[in-house]
Design a protein. Structure first.
Length: 585
């Protein structure tokens, strides 16, 4: 069940699974293309275009033929606004869609729809652009008098996209849908749209009742089926949801949308069956990247490396989700010992979700071979190609891998260079303070943290770290307490800060208070360092068996924990038997 839950979560994160349903497909709009060569002129009725307008339109066509679609769009949009001509506005809209300019698409579609009220494509385009701009109440109003090919699909799309807006806006939209239903109670699309809005407001039972009404009114409506089964799943009635999907697929085996919903529902309970469904979908739609990604995720989770590998290579051929594909293929190569192939794939991962992990593996592979020059060359080659946030991320990743390889002096040099480029960067200052501390250079660590706090006095991590370093390495416990107290006020539920408070209270001689904080930290985040601290306070408080139990827990988490082993040595306690459970004693 744990594995099923993980892959279902991955599908959600990847955008492959909506909470209960996905937005219905809107009615088809005109193909948003901008041809490289000018289209042959369409005969137009006589227009009173000025010479300036004609010149601007001609310039736009010439710019488009030369690939300067931004210039073409600017000219067409300007002339659409000045002339109100529907064909000029339509052309502006087409180019805006091609360029992905949502604002220009919204403005040009509005002009087009206003100028040509009988044109179904124009009316649909205006509503769709309002939906994309999250202006859903306006889109809803526009559907009332619009002449489109499928107002029902637009109403469903408006409702489905309401999950992007505030609860208040969604509630207003729900009131509008419910009001419209009074005059059109048998409209299945309105039932579905209202159900979607109710679901988003957390009213799943009411939503399900409407979805089932929509299914009864329109038995062949796949959107009603998807909403119904999604809500059944949400209400933990997954068996009923699966039974409905199986019944529909037995009658309509070629219903791709229904099969996709069936596969998603199976991913929560039966990964093998879900994979079979996604394989069938991918065979029928081999160029659909979402299906290939879903298939790859499920096969990867099941350990079916052959299927996952094929799906990831398919994504590379489609030039979609390439970073995820390269990362997985790199991992696969690394697991079989092909380090060269692994490095080749990892180096293709671009900034995004897998970027940090891929580069961590690149550095780790080089450093494991003692090839620090290649690790450094990779870092220095990549750094200037990245924007600042990714530069910081890359530097921290390299720093961590240098520390993991016990190359602390090289890590210090790395961070010195980073701070030479950005002297006030709080992230670099914090990272360098930690390296100074590991090197036993506690005064330098303290100086870095104090400098950081000058720039960022409310930095809770820096306050906590400074308080902890003072507690560990000086007798300035009262000063350390003030820093940790401030940090705890800023992040009262942070286990590391709670642990620091317990540790400084111990050094201040407040054993009962220390135990209260340290027990809470261990409950929030079981960790071997916290176990070392809690065990010591228990031991000093005379609760020796409790202390041994806590140290056993810590060693179970980290068998070679230096924090616990050093604590035992300092307290002159025999470590023998602590790695066993109490029942084994």
């Amino acid at each position: 069940m744990k594995a099923v839950s993980m892959v279902a979560s991955a599908l959600i994160v990847a955008g492959l699974f909506g909470c209960a349903t996905q937005p219905p497909e809107p009615p088809k709009e005109p193909v948003a293309t901008a041809p490289v060569e000018p289209e042959p002129p369409t005969p137009l009725p006589p227009r009173a275009f000025t010479s300036d307008t004609l010149y601007a339109l001609l310039s736009a066509e010439i710019a488009g033929s030369r690939g300067r679609f931004d210039v073409a769009l600017a000219n067409y949009l300007q002339q659409a606004q000045q002339t109100g001509d529907p064909q000029v506005a339509e052309r502006a809209y087409m180019i805006a869609r091609y360029l992905g300019d949502e604002d220009a698409a919204l403005r040009s579609a509005g002009i087009w729809a206003q100028a040509d009220r009988e044109n179904q494509d124009a009316q649909a385009a205006a509503i769709l652009t309002l939906i994309e701009a999250d202006r859903l109440l306006e889109a809803f109003e526009a559907t009332k008098g619009a002449n489109t090919r499928d107002n029902g699909a637009l109403l469903q799309s408006i409702a489905a996209n309401a999950q992007q807006v505030t609860d208040t806006q969604r509630e207003l939209l729900l009131e509008q849908y419910q009001q419209l239903r009074k005059s059109d109670p048998d409209n299945a699309s309105l039932m579905i749209g209202t159900g979607l809005l109710l679901q988003q407001q957390g009213r799943a039972e009411e939503a399900l009742a409407l979805a089932e009404q929509a299914m009864a009114k329109a038995p062949d409506n796949t959107h009603a089926l998807v909403l119904t089964t999604g809500l059944l799943h949400q209400l933990e009635r997954n068996d009923e949801a699966l039974a409905l999907m199986e019944q529909r697929l037995a009658a309509e085996p070629g219903n791709t949308r229904a099969r996709l919903q069936y596969a998603r529902l199976l991913s929560f309970s039966d990964l093998e069956a879900a994979q079979e469904q996604f394989q069938q979908l991918a065979r029928g739609n081999p160029r659909d990247p979402d299906l290939q990604r879903a298939l790859a995720l499920i096969a990867e989770e099941r350990g079916d490396t052959e299927t996952a590998e094929r799906a990831y290579y398919a994504l590379l051929e489609l030039d979609q989700n390439t970073s995820a594909a390269h990362f997985y293929l790199g991992r696969l190569a690394q697991e079989r010992g092909d380090i060269g192939e692994a490095l080749k794939h990892y180096q293709e991962v671009e900034p995004g979700d897998e970027f940090a992990s891929a580069n961590a593996r690149i550095f780790a592979l080089y450093l494991a071979e003692g090839n620090t020059a290649s690790a450094d060359n990779h870092y220095r080659r990549l750094l200037p190609l990245l924007p600042e946030p990714e530069q910081v991320q890359l530097t921290l990743v390299y720093n961590q891998q240098l520390q993991n390889s016990d190359l602390l002096e090289q890590a210090l040099t790395l961070l010195n260079d980073a701070l030479a480029r950005a002297p006030e960067n709080s992230t670099y200052l914090y990272a360098r303070s930690m390296v100074h501390d590991l090197l036993g250079q506690h005064e330098q660590a303290e100086n870095d943290l104090r400098t950081l706090l000058q720039y960022d006095p409310a930095n809770a991590s820096a306050l906590n770290a400074l308080g902890y370093i003072l507690t560990e390495n000086t007798d300035r416990y009262a000063e350390a307490y003030e820093y940790i107290k401030h940090a705890l006020e800023l992040q009262p539920n942070d286990p590391a800060t709670i642990d620091s408070m317990g540790w400084v209270q111990y050094h201040l001689g407040n054993l009962d208070i220390a135990l209260r904080y340290l027990r809470r930290a261990m409950e929030l985040y079981p960790d071997h360092e916290i176990a070392a601290h809690l065990g010591e306070v228990l031991w000093v408080s005379g609760m020796t068996e409790d202390a041994r139990d806590i140290w056993r827990q810590g060693l179970a988490l980290q068998p070679d924990s230096q924090y616990i082993l050093e604590t035992l040595e300092r307290l002159q306690i025999d470590a023998e038997g602590l790695t066993a459970t109490p029942a084994d004693q």
